[in-house]
Design a protein around this ligand. Structure first.
Ligand SMILES: *Cc1c(COP(=O)(O)O)cnc(C)c1O
Length: 429
């Protein structure tokens, strides 16, 4: 039997890279089979090393709001590279970037650029701790904030017991400062705040969740959360690494009408290059060095190539605010097509969608939090994923992820994806 180039490369990769990949979800572990090695992306399509083409809905896990390799980002990079790749000294591009972010996101008065979403969330927690002089923070079960030690914690057996590390290498000491609440459950927050009175520096939340699959936040929950943080002088952090510039110019906070004290960004903000950012209230951000005593640094932070790509993406967003209407139309079209298919096949699977983020959950239960999300049949998702892949549609290789629609998805792409969805569901269900 002929072995594919992807398989050959994966076998070789496994000898030199842990698990053959540089980020675990790429390895297809939760859907089975071997990962596909990519060669090129253009618009809504990616092309693998064996000459196959796919309509894809990952967009590099979020950055590609405009599809792969849009001409205005490519040109910005080509222009920037003429001047060199990195100086380790300030550039005008960084000033332009910071100004543009504060313009697009009203809650951001000051912003610091970093190199990934993980770095942004770690640094935001440090700034909140430095600002409040308190050490504990609350996160929500099922929300993902990158791989910083103190985020890799899940709830213990009871609501008020200590959290437990989800990864070897994370210490009990880290777990002790991380309090876990239930998403969309304000009582779980109130209990933790009461039991840890005066000790909580921050609450961090994906205000619209992508990382347990797409899960919307309830309006009353997020407003009450804001009120509790105000009353208890807790820094409210919205992790908008995924939702920032995807749901609207101003991110989830604009859609929800709730202003956090700090926000974190990544993905779209880098236009496909490795970038993150954290920012918010001036009085908190001025705690960060060298303005203040909270140390945080980065050799390549604000890198001119990364800033150029990010600036090109954000400038496109600023000058074309209608992209969000377009994304909503395309995404609603896909959602309705899939919902129709599910109904026609006599199934009751759940679809959650907010703007261009969407997840098909293989459960009949309404998905509103972690506990309802995990009622999904992940094995069935794996079969569905491969059914779609065989029909030229590349979805996230894991149930608990959001798929992303881009402005580059054409009606023809969406129609093909709706037809493939029907056939793949029929095959497995
Ligand atoms: C992707 C993501 C992160 C981590 O960003 P990286 O760039 O992968 O480190 C953090 N928070 C959220 C909400 C994310 O979606």
């Amino acid at each position: 039997m002929n072995i594919s180039t992807s398989e050959k490369l994966f076998n070789e990769a496994k000898q030199y890279i842990p698990g053959g990949v540089n980020s675990p979800v790429r390895a297809f572990k939760s859907v089975g089979g071997n990962p596909i090695f990519m060669q090129r992306g253009e618009g809504s399509k990616i092309f693998d090393v064996d000459g196959n083409e796919y309509i894809e809905y990952i967009g590099s896990w979020g950055p590609h709001l405009f599809g792969h390799n849009p001409p205005f980002i490519k040109q910005a990079l080509l222009n920037a590279i003429e001047n060199g790749t990195s100086f380790g000294a300030p550039t005008e591009l960084e000033v332009q970037m910071a100004k543009l972010i504060t313009e697009l996101v009203p809650s951001i008065e000051m912003v610091r650029m970093v190199n990934s979403g993980t770095e942004a969330t770690m640094s935001a927690i440090r700034a909140a701790r430095g600002y409040t002089g308190k050490e504990k923070f609350i996160k929500f079960e099922g929300c993902y904030h990158g791989h910083g030690d103190f985020f890799l914690i899940k709830a213990g057996s009871g609501a008020l017991t200590f959290g437990v590390p989800t990864s070897p290498g994370v210490t009990k000491g880290n777990a002790a400062d991380t309090l876990i609440a239930d998403f969309n459950n304000i009582d779980s927050v109130k209990q933790l705040v009461k039991a840890n009175k005066g000790e909580i520096a921050a609450v961090i939340i994906e205000a619209v969740v992508g990382n347990m699959g797409t899960v919307p936040v309830s309006d009353s929950f997020i407003k009450e959360l804001r009120t509790i943080c105000d009353e208890e002088k807790i820094v409210l952090i919205f992790d908008e690494v995924m939702t920032g510039f995807r749901l609207s110019q101003g991110g989830a906070q604009e859609v929800l009408g709730v202003k956090p004290d700090l926000s974190t960004f990544g993905k779209i903000i880098g236009g496909g290059l490795p970038v993150g950012a954290y920012g918010g209230k001036k009085e908190i951000m001025e705690m960060v060095s060298p303005a203040g005593p909270v140390y945080q640094a980065g050799t390549l932070s604000g890198n001119p190539l990364a800033m150029s790509a990010g600036l090109a993406a954000l400038t496109e967003i600023k000058t074309h605010p209608e992209v969000y209407k377009l994304l909503e139309e395309k995404s609603a079209y896909l959602e309705n097509g899939w919902k129709e298919n599910i109904k026609n096949l006599g199934k009751n699977f759940q679809i959650n969608r907010i703007g261009s983020m969407m997840t098909l959950f293989f459960t009949e239960e309404k998905v509103t939090d972690y506990n309802s999300a995990i009622t999904s049949d992940a094995t069935l998702y794996g079969k569905y994923f491969h059914g779609m892949l065989n029909r030229g549609i590349y979805l996230p290789p894991a149930q608990y992820e959001a798929l992303f629609v881009s402005t580059a998805h054409s009606k023809e792409d969406l129609d093909k994806s709706i037809k493939a969805n029907y056939e793949a569901l029929k095959e497995i269900a």
